[in-house]
Design a protein around this ligand. Structure first.
Ligand code: DX5
Ligand code: ZN
Length: 221
């Protein structure tokens, strides 16, 4: 298991002050920036694209940017995100007609690649592409919105994903996204996650640093 990373989801940031919000959350101790891309097609919401990723890089953000694509089709937007400075690009297998090809496009560009599993999507989508994965992301809510409640069945699914990754012997991060809070992050970590997305729990808090410190303390329990 890799060292824990806290990945604030900027979906819950103040978009009118996005550069400042990202600076603040990184100064508060965040490790990577979780960047939610929604297209009003694969998911019923519309957010931000490659231009905003590029704007954050131009603003001076050097931390890894973890691009979570909730779009269909997948392939034609990958190149734009690579040019825009993405560090990780993850996508939903249901949104790609050719999962192996989409992963390969990301890897060929020197970017880290991952698959995202909705709450009811089976883990077997990873079986034949394990060697191309740097990240497995389990959704613990249905994608599309911040501020939803953690679906408890995800804990058992995390254990199954953890076992698959450990059995493979590969260097793959296990990320969790949706409803992660200070009061449930310890059990999420115990179930096997090493990368923790949190949107509303961090950006709706008065003090980002205290919240991130509390999360780290819970993970270490
Ligand atoms: C949901 C997004 C999440 C979202 C999480 O579709 O993928 O990253 O921002 O928000 P919280 O942490 O509030 O559940
Ligand atoms: Zn996300």
């Amino acid at each position: 298991k890799q060292s824990p990373l806290i990945a604030p989801s900027i979906l819950s940031a103040d978009f009118a002050r996005l550069g400042e919000e990202v600076d603040n959350v990184l100064a508060a101790g965040a490790d990577i920036v979780h960047f939610d891309v929604m297209d009003n097609h694969y998911v019923p919401n519309l957010t931000i694209g490659p231009m905003v990723c590029k704007a954050l890089r131009n603003h001076g953000v050097t931390a890894p940017i973890d691009v979570h694509l909730m779009v269909s089709p997948v392939d034609r937007i990958i190149g734009d995100f690579i040019e825009a400075g993405a560090s990780y690009i993850t996508f939903h297998p249901e949104a790609s007609d050719h999962i192996d090809r989409s992963l390969q496009i990301i890897k060929d560009a020197g970017c880290k690649a991952g698959l995202v599993f909705n709450p009811a999507t089976p883990l077997h989508y990873m079986d034949y592409v394990m060697d191309k994965l740097d990240m497995v992301l389990l959704m613990s809510v249905n994608p599309g919105f911040g501020g939803q409640s953690f679906i408890p069945a995800t804990l058992d699914k995390l254990k199954q994903a953890r076992k698959k990754i450990d059995d493979s012997g590969l260097d793959i991060r296990l990320e969790i996204d949706g409803g992660v809070k200070v009061d449930n992050i310890a059990e999420i970590a115990a179930a096997g996650a090493d990368t923790f997305v949190a949107g509303s729990a961090i950006f709706n808090a008065d003090d980002y640093q205290t919240t991130i410190e509390k999360m780290r303390a819970e993970i270490a329990k």
